[in-house]
Write a protein that binds this ligand. Structure first.
Ligand code: SIN
Ligand code: FE2
Length: 219
């Protein structure tokens, strides 16, 4: 079997696979694959308007993941803390608008995860280079804690850490491949999560990177 055919068959299988991690959290394997070209083109549009940057944590560390936002609000971190801001502090201008194809993907995935009516107003775009990681954290800076988080994985695979409601709870390792979409909300909304250091590789769309789109209701 040629590698291409193998990859194709693997994807076909992934498309049907829905993995319930716990009440309120599901991985929709391969959910975004069929829209990959449109999503990637839209991503290039956003990145042509504003650059990725490595934010500084309140403790003074430079994050290994490079970030950018699109939508009405963007997540930012600096020496003063974490917040959502309608203005990109680097340019002094609003964030690039959220592309329609992003919005539709987020709404459709949320509905498949049994969260109907999701209207995200923020999309954090994370770019991982080899070695980049995200330590265990909760997504709790949003006012809309009733709304789920929709997280779209593109490009190189990663190992996602899925923890509990307390930092010290044991976490499970969830491999996330290109096109996988995770949806968590309700009883799972404040679960700790993170990403292990990215391994090197080459992906046909994203090259040496993993890109993650995280949709939230910030306000
Ligand atoms: C995040 O927690 O903000 C990103 C998760 C991911 O990159 O999969
Ligand atoms: Fe997060």
């Amino acid at each position: 079997m040629t590698p291409d055919l193998f990859e194709f068959e693997e994807r076909e299988q992934q498309q049907a696979w829905r993995e319930q991690l716990c009440p309120g959290a599901v991985v929709l394997h391969g959910f975004a694959v069929q829209d990959e070209a449109a999503v990637f083109a839209a991503l290039l549009g956003v990145t042509s308007e504003a650059p990725f940057r490595h934010l500084i944590t309140p403790g003074g560390f430079r994050m290994s993941v490079a970030m950018l936002n699109c939508g009405a609000y963007g997540w930012v971190s600096d020496r003063n803390g974490y917040r959502y801001d309608a203005i990109d502090p680097e340019s002094g201008k609003p964030w690039p608008r959220m592309p329609d194809v992003f919005l539709k993907l987020a709404r459709d995935a949320a509905a498949s995860g049994e969260f109907e009516g999701f209207e995200p107003d923020a999309c954090l775009i994370n770019r991982y280079e080899p070695g980049a990681r995200l330590s265990l954290h909760q997504d709790k800076d949003e006012r809309g804690l009733d709304a789920p988080i929709v997280s779209v994985s593109l490009g190189l695979p990663a190992v996602f850490l899925w923890g509990g409601l307390r930092r010290e709870d044991k976490s499970v390792r969830v491999p996330l491949m290109h096109g996988d979409v995770m949806v968590w909300g309700g009883p799972a909304r404040l679960r700790y999560h993170g990403v292990l250091p990215l391994k090197e590789g080459n992906h046909h769309l994203t090259g040496g990177y993993r890109i993650n789109l995280t949709f939230r209701k910030a306000t």
